[in-house]
Design a protein around this ligand. Structure first.
Ligand SMILES: *[C@@H]1O[C@H](CO)[C@@H](O)[C@H](O)[C@H]1NC(C)=O
Ligand SMILES: *[C@@H]1O[C@H](CO)[C@@H](O)[C@H](O)[C@H]1NC(C)=O
Ligand SMILES: *[C@@H]1O[C@H](CO)[C@@H](O)[C@H](O)[C@H]1NC(C)=O
Ligand SMILES: *[C@@H]1O[C@H](CO)[C@@H](O)[C@H](O)[C@H]1NC(C)=O
Ligand SMILES: *[C@@H]1O[C@H](CO)[C@@H](O)[C@H](O)[C@H]1NC(C)=O
Length: 418
């Protein structure tokens, strides 16, 4: 109840209202088959999000829930799985969406959903070809304390929720670290309709290369704390026990260290490598949807996309590396060969994640080959039991084990960019 009141307080805030109109209908895709679309008010999505995280009760007589399709209610409030569970299609298709009739709007969404997946084949990992990928090469620079330090800094923000008044700060912080590693000319911000940009760093191909393909490694920079979204007191909380912040910081930590190691060693492949820190994942993959659809409109060729989300909750005696099997099967085969070749110390595990569990689904929806590799599946024995609780803190993580994900990212980058 308290939360419902604060939701309305948030909706009434003029500064936010100018960027984000809660009454506006959003076109969302959802459902286990990714084949359902619906038009749902933004405020309704926000409320369902709160319900799913236990911050509000599902009250079907609530005005925001009247007339909402039962399938939407079920899909967007189901617990025991990860991610928002829907992709907001409105964001990338806004001009077309606004002027289209409801029938065309639905067609637009279905067209996206049914798009043929890119059917590229990928190499089999070959350690002989990449002597750099060894304990005396790039792997020597992997640092568990470097990962810890990134997470400590990111979780120092009161919240990284994309609609918070301070939502921009973590993005510009990542921008500065990307720029220190890759050079500021190689880092761009991709603005969104809310005040949290996505951040992209690139390692351009070596000079003389005519290959226009891009290899993408991504993670999301936002976090969620439904209570905090309404809290507009700057610095009210020093970040001691924030909802979700540390889990979601671990993917960014892997991304940053991989970029740092590649640039410090002067790696350039035949193809461009990009590091994407996405905004607004919790709002329905808003940041990554925008980037992926911009790339598609510009006919950019993305060879493959790898997403890291939560990687550092590691309870087994050996590091667990989980291939999420919802998307590209060709990338699953390739990733499997990378893991067995370059991370023999890891336990390779596979599981489903569930539709729209993280940003790789934005690429998948736009027809690109994409995959996510994480600490666990959606609801299995390796899933962090502290996820979505205030006990989700750094001491529960093992950055030594998580550092195998840097090996994976380095191997991914070399094997695919060459
Ligand atoms: C949507 O996908 C689900 C799960 O794969 C499937 O059971 C259902 O039949 C599909 N519905 C349509 C209309 O294709
Ligand atoms: C692996 O790479 C080495 C060195 O480039 C090459 O000689 C060998 O043929 C490759 N093996 C496979 C199976 O492609
Ligand atoms: C965390 O934030 C405080 C207050 O802004 C700042 O003094 C401190 O240096 C920050 N710590 C880290 C690790 O970024
Ligand atoms: C959100 O963060 C605040 C502190 O900033 C904390 O008191 C609250 O418990 C968090 N909400 C949830 C659902 O964890
Ligand atoms: C993390 O894992 C490493 C390797 O298994 C182990 O040696 C270390 O004690 C663990 N650290 C913590 C804090 O649990």
């Amino acid at each position: 109840m308290v939360l419902l009141l604060s939701l309305f307080a948030l909706i009434a805030t003029p500064a936010l209202a100018s960027r984000f109109i809660p009454g506006e209908e959003r076109l969302v895709r959802y459902g286990p088959g990714a084949n359902e679309t619906a038009r749902v008010r933004a405020a309704t999505l926000h409320l369902l999000h709160a319900v799913r995280h236990g911050d509000a009760k599902l009250d079907l007589s609530h005005p925001l829930l009247m007339g909402v399709h039962p399938g939407v209610l079920a899909a967007l409030t189901s617990t025991g799985r990860r991610g928002p569970g829907f992709i907001d299609l409105t964001e990338p298709t806004l001009p077309a969406f606004k002027s289209a009739s409801p029938a065309v709007q639905n067609e637009l969404a279905v067209e996206h959903a049914l798009e043929a997946r890119q059917s590229t084949t990928f190499p089999t990992a070959n350690a002989t070809k990449y002597p750099q990928l060894s304990s005396t090469g790039f792997f020597k620079s992997i640092s568990a304390s470097g990962l810890t330090s990134t997470i400590t800094s990111l979780t120092n923000y009161t919240t990284r929720y994309y609609r918070n008044s301070n939502a921009r700060a973590p993005a510009t912080w990542i921008q500065s670290l990307f720029a220190a590693a890759a050079g500021s000319a190689n880092v761009v911000l991709v603005e969104n309709s809310f005040d949290q940009p996505s951040v992209i760093a690139k390692i351009p191909p070596k000079s003389g290369s005519t290959n226009t393909e891009i290899v993408v490694i991504g993670a999301h920079l936002d976090s969620i704390n439904q209570s905090n979204t309404a809290s507009r007191a700057p610095g009210a909380d020093d970040g001691a026990s924030l909802h979700d912040t540390r889990s979601y910081a671990s993917g960014i930590a892997i991304l940053l260290q991989t970029l740092q190691i590649l640039t410090a060693n002067g790696w350039a492949g035949t193809r461009q490598i990009e590091f994407h820190a996405y905004a607004g994942e919790e709002g329905g993959m808003l940041g990554s949807s925008r980037v992926a659809s911009q790339y598609k409109s510009a006919a950019k060729k993305v060879r493959a996309m790898l997403q890291f989300d939560m990687v550092a909750y590691q309870i087994s005696s050996t590091p667990v590396v989980t291939i999420l099997t919802d998307t590209s099967s060709a990338l699953q085969t390739f990733s499997r060969s990378l893991i067995t070749t370059y991370i023999p110390e890891a336990t390779l595990y596979t599981n489903k994640c569930g539709y729209a569990c993280s940003d790789h689904f934005s690429w998948d929806s736009n027809g690109y080959a994409a995959i996510s590799i994480d600490e666990s599946g959606s609801n299995d024995k390796y899933l962090d039991p502290y996820y979505h609780t205030s006990s989700d803190t750094l001491d529960k993580l093992n950055m030594t084990k998580a550092s195998v994900f840097v090996k994976l990212a380095l191997a991914w980058a070399l094997e695919l960019s060459e």
